[in-house]
Design a binder for this molecule. Structure first.
Ligand code: HEM
Length: 438
């Protein structure tokens, strides 16, 4: 079979397509997919990129971690922030860590976390006033961080007093969309304020983590959370490895769910019929406060979460790199190039989604949900490196949503949600909403 180079947009000398991509990465990729089809070649920040738009090609890549390990651009900078944890390790080391950590995410454990999810949400809404204004994204981020820390590392960890919330925010600074170009181009020691803040935050979190570790070792507890798995003698992890895993979960385990919840509220406020249908289900299923049993019964609430992640996947693309030269159909892709699996593009592809721009949770119910290729939808990735927190996040999003929606309506104090695509897909700027008691 003769092979050919995949087509793609013409770039400029030195910068390639970086300037087109940086303006709006999601729009750039969508236009490229429409114009060039199955495999699209472009160049960004010096990387020779190949975007795959066929779900079967995405499946092949995500399910074969040996031929397609992670790309340097998705792990090098992260390693500087969270060290060598589950998100950034490869090969045998990754396999051992995944095996040690997996039990913390068995369904039996998630059932135990459900009460924490509801309780911490109740703390959040207790602070709200009827007719008051809050920043939606900040409220969701604080709530999901509280839930993560208590579920994974133990109760009685006061995030406020320990300065953990602020430090986690600062630690993520270098990967915020507007900071990324500097982060990738400047050396670590460069006198850039957000890099300095991130370094200080890292040191602060490290000392807090070692404190929490010491406290857990002194405590007499039978908790079976993530920290218990990390400390288990069979896991054979030293304190540095445990620190890296804890940093990894602080980094990966709350912001994406907070973003999902932010998008859910935005979409519900624009789609009153969907909001009404959600309330009907809540009235039908939930007794007083939502429980894990209710989550097993929810259909519409689950569909709302899935549909929000279809339109606004927090992980808007996934990156890999072929360890050898490969072909997709008759298109040749060279060794060590950057392979892009564009979640955003496939989630809005009209081949698989009618009226793809419309928020319609109904597409996840009954017969409508059948007949799509497996990888037309992959908000949590796929294959062996699929998100370890998928069940946790799905349960959490439904319980937080149900607990809040039972008593509160959130009205937008902004017009449109402008988005910005860095490592995650984020709203640009504040997201003010008015909290109204129902
Ligand atoms: C809506 C919420 C979430 C989304 C959209 C999401 C998305 C993803 C995606 C796409 C990946 C795969 C990345 C890749 O293949 O390169 C991933 C991996 C990961 N996620 Fe999530 N995630 C979410 C919530 C969570 C939660 C709640 C946790 C932990 C409590 C978590 C922890 C992780 C970890 C540790 C990995 C690395 C897994 C590995 O490589 O073995 N995530 N996530």
């Amino acid at each position: 079979m003769t092979t050919q180079s995949p087509p793609g947009p013409r770039g400029l000398p030195f910068v390639g397509n970086t300037h087109q991509w940086a303006r709006d990465p999601c729009d750039f990729r969508e236009r490229c997919a429409e114009e060039y089809g199955r495999v699209v070649n472009y160049e960004i920040i010096g990387w020779d990129a190949y975007m795959l738009t066929d779900p079967d090609d995405v499946k092949r890549v995500l399910e074969d971690t040996e031929t397609f390990p992670k790309h340097e651009s998705s792990i090098d900078k992260l390693r500087e922030i969270v060290g060598e944890g589950l998100l950034t390790s490869e090969g045998d080391r990754w396999e051992r860590q995944r095996e040690a950590i997996q039990p913390a995410f068995f369904m039996s454990h998630i059932e135990n976390y459900a009460d924490i999810m509801v309780s911490r949400t109740e703390d959040t809404v207790e602070r709200w006033r009827d007719g008051g204004t809050v920043d939606l994204r900040e409220e969701m981020t604080r709530t999901t961080l509280e839930i993560l820390v208590e579920s994974m590392f133990g109760e009685d960890i006061d995030l406020e007093a320990r300065g953990i919330y602020e430090a986690v925010e600062a630690m993520q600074g270098p990967l915020e969309p507007q900071n990324q170009p500097i982060t990738f181009l400047a050396p670590d020691w460069a006198p850039v304020p957000f890099l300095r803040r991130a370094n200080r935050a890292h040191d602060h979190l490290e000392s807090q983590i070692f404190d929490i570790l010491a406290e857990r070792r002194r405590a007499d507890t039978d908790r079976e959370d993530l920290l218990a798995m990390l400390l288990d003698a069979d896991a054979e992890m030293d304190d540095e490895q445990i620190r890296d895993e804890m940093l990894t979960f602080l980094f990966a385990g709350h912001e994406t769910t907070a973003l999902t919840l932010t998008y859910i509220w935005d979409l519900l406020s624009r789609n009153p019929d969907a909001e009404t249908r959600l309330h009907e289900e809540l009235a039908d299923v939930v007794d007083e406060r939502p429980t894990i049993e209710d989550v097993f019964e929810f259909e519409y609430a689950e569909a709302v979460v899935k549909e929000a992640m279809r339109l606004y996947p927090p992980a808007h693309e996934i990156r890999r790199s072929p360890a050898e030269a490969v072909t997709f159909g008759d298109y040749a892709v060279p060794e060590e190039s950057l392979l892009v699996m564009p979640t955003w593009v496939l989630h809005r592809d009209e081949r698989f989604w009618d009226d793809s721009e419309e928020f319609r949770p109904e597409r996840w119910l009954g017969d409508e949900r059948r007949g799509r290729p497996e990888y037309a939808y992959f908000p949590f990735g796929g294959g062996p490196r699929r998100c370890i927190g998928q069940q946790f996040a799905m349960t959490e999003a439904q319980l937080v949503l149900a607990t809040m929606a039972q008593e509160w309506t959130l009205t937008r104090d902004y017009d449109d949600l402008e988005l910005s695509a860095g490592v995650t897909l984020q709203p640009k700027g504040d997201v003010p909403v008015t909290t109204e008691r129902r």
